[in-house]
Design a protein around this ligand. Sequence first.
Ligand code: ZN
Length: 243
Amino acid sequence: MRVLVISDVHANYTAFEAVLKDAGNFEAVWCLGDIVGYGPDPNICVEMLSEQPNLFCVPGNHDIAAMGKMPSEAFNGDARISLLWQQRVLSASSMDFLNTLPQVIEPDEKVTLVHGSPRDPIWEYMINTLTARLNFLEFETDFCFVGHTHVPSIFWWVAEENRVVLDIPRDGVSVELSGRVILNPGSVGQPRDRDPRAAYAIFDTETFSWTSHRVEYDIKSVQERIREARLPERHALRLAEGW
Ligand code: ZN
């Protein structure tokens, strides 16, 4: 089965649409959370996600906060302004959808899905090999897919050497997964690795291959909607530069 793996859509409909188109044929979508937050299109992103085939989705910190289940003080100034706006505009059906999401999912016997880390599914950033190393002890499957950092990354557990190696995957390059691996597809709607193109990955459940992808989208149109909604200018600017 060809699985589209996405994370951190962040209410960016234009980027999400570009990813769905670029991904071609896929039989399932595994989503690693933060569907809303930051961007101007929360309801349509939730709606489009909910229509995807064989969907498995965990919530992110922004999704949980948008439902009012977390104090908005947990977010910094601009993120908080955006959060309060999302809480105002989110429809009842979007809320219902976000409310049903479990924080940890094993979509098959090989893979665990979380937003942050297996140890702290909502908040921890899988940001370096030390964090990854501690987290390899916290899940049972061979592979764990995470989001939250908005940076495409592959953490390999090298058992013989008892250490973790970090790879930054390149666009269009496939890797065959073996042993134990933690992977991040990067962010659809707000990349933070200085590459503004939307990021996603394709995972093959039979060959265990993982292919990272980037796709351009119309950033200007999203910036316009951010400004129309009077969301923080910073959220518009960062999209063009990928930070
Ligand atoms: Zn995020």
